[in-house]
Design a protein around this ligand. Structure first.
Ligand SMILES: Cc1ncc(COP(=O)(O)O)c(C=O)c1O
Length: 478
């Protein structure tokens, strides 16, 4: 008999009883009360302990299995999947416990180092810094009251109209200014969309590996992350379809062009089919596209958004990566039913991206100087990629050469412990991103992300020689 009086598992709460049991078990796994590969209490035992029906616990365990937080072994019971709990050092900290989903990219970015291969950011020396003041002055001349007013929640109309024209000319987007939102970077847009679209236990499809703060955002909303592999040739579309069919995900967050961290680009035929699948299974696609303009050879295929006539794709385009990172401008294109909710959610956190930033961006982005700068930037970044590849080739490591973006996704010898390597690297003032941070399943234990965008040629070579030497030393110790 279920006990209606058991305070933690009350039938009067909005969530169903088995969902409350799911949350209870998941939270205990997260806090490390049940560790990786440890057996969970049997269905019978937990049901007796919580005073609920066995079927309720069984349903909760099935849901945990579907979300890959637990696995079943030889019919002997349910076991905790590795990577489901927080790292030991954060488990006792109540603030970390409430906020962070394990080791995160921001923790690595806080490390001060001479050789920062962890930052997928542009070297500020590659920007035309001395010209920026001209644009600032121009904006103050044109809009003398620019600091005396808030921007609008949706973003400056003049900028939105100009960007609609740009997106139509470049990628054949059919958009009105009402369907475009300006945010302070794409991270804000991902967070807003997650707040509006995702409820606890909703399935969210994500690539593995993927942009790691997005994992934290969707996990933070209580999503059940369903991973799909991305490879050099794209996704296995039969697998995407199977996952859409069986998990009915609310959305698929994807970064199909010069993907972070791998650099892969999804081919055009797959893009069309993905949009069809999204329509068929009513799964929104959130296309995150910050690296599109950083191509070294030919231009990448059109965004998925260009193939979508039914409104299942939301397009996020950050300009922070190469225009002027300090302005933090991104644009999100989505159709009115979603936009309405996004604007409401945004009004609860701020009153819009600062107008000054939007106006400076507008005048610089559409200038000829910006276009000339972009061409030089592509050449400079391609050289940095080549230098990194030369150094890594000497080490005999594996990666596939990216045709754009900021990152190399590198496989190290399996005998090297990446955790140890990170500790030793930081001692030598070198940082990189461990692959496991980019994986919803916390695997990819021999992979790392190295960004070639932040260090100049000489620093990059120097640091890589040290890094390769360190790695060899660790290999010998194993
Ligand atoms: C795939 C991806 N999405 C979003 C972001 C965040 O961009 P922004 O600086 O515009 O917030 C990044 C930054 O590295 C990224 O690589």
């Amino acid at each position: 008999m279920e006990n209606d009086h058991f305070s933690a598992f009350s039938a009067v709460q909005a969530d169903k009883l088995y969902e409350q049991v799911y949350d209870y078990v998941q939270e205990r796994i997260r806090r490390g009360e049940w560790r990786a590969d440890e057996k969970l209490p049997s269905v019978r035992k937990l049901a007796a302990e919580l005073q609920v029906h066995r079927l309720t616990v069984f349903k909760a365990y099935q849901l945990l299995k579907a979300s890959q937080a637990v696995y079943v072994k030889d019919k002997s019971g349910y076991y905790v999947s590795p990577g489901s709990s927080l790292p030991a050092e954060t488990r006792d900290d109540p603030i970390v416990l409430a906020n962070v989903q394990g080791g995160s990219l921001s923790e690595i970015h806080q490390v001060q180092a001479d050789y920062q291969y962890s930052k997928a950011l542009l070297d500020p020396n590659l920007l035309p810094n001395h010209y920026f003041s001209e644009y600032v002055k121009k904006v103050f001349d044109l809009y003398p009251k620019v600091l005396g007013t808030y921007g609008s929640i949706q973003g400056d109309m003049e900028l939105r109209e100009a960007l609609c024209g740009y997106l139509a000319a470049q990628y054949h987007f059919h958009l009105s200014a009402d369907e475009l939102l300006i945010t302070s970077g794409s991270q804000e847009a991902i967070d807003l969309l997650a707040r509006v679209l995702v409820k606890p236990r909703d399935a969210v499809l994500m690539e593995r590996p993927t942009y790691s703060p997005a994992i934290d955002v969707f996990r933070g909303r209580g999503a059940n992350i369903v991973p799909i592999e991305i490879s050099e040739s794209g996704y296995r579309l039969d697998e995407v379809e199977r996952l859409m069919q069986s998990y009915k995900p609310r959305l698929f967050y994807l970064n199909p062009t010069f993907h972070n961290p791998t650099g892969y680009t999804i081919p055009a035929e797959q893009r069309k089919r993905l949009v069809e699948l999204a329509q068929q299974y009513q799964c929104l696609l959130i296309e995150d596209d910050p690296y599109r303009d950083i191509y070294f050879g030919k231009k990448p295929p059109l965004p998925l958004f260009a193939y979508d006539t039914e409104g299942w794709t939301i397009y996020i385009r950050s300009f922070s990566k190469y225009v002027a990172p300090g302005l933090s401008i991104a644009a999100t294109a989505c159709r009115p039913p979603v936009m309405k909710h996004v604007l409401k959610a945004r009004s609860l956190s701020n009153s819009g991206t600062p107008l000054l930033n939007q106006k400076i961006f507008l005048h610089y982005f559409f200038s000829q100087r910006m276009q000339q700068h972009l061409e030089k930037l592509r050449i400079a970044l391609a050289i940095r990629r080549d230098i990194m590849e030369e150094e890594l080739a000497a080490a005999g490591w594996e990666w596939s050469s990216p045709e754009g973006g900021f990152n190399l996704w590198v496989k190290l010898p399996e005998t090297v412990s990446i955790d140890k390597l990170l500790v030793e690297s930081v001692k030598q003032s070198i940082t990189f991103v461990p692959g496991s941070i980019c994986d919803p399943l916390r695997s990819f234990s021999s992979w790392i992300r190295l960004s070639y965008s932040y260090l100049n040629e000489q620093q990059s070579r120097e640091g890589l020689k040290r890094f390769v030497g360190l790695c060899r030393m660790l290999e010998r110790w194993e």
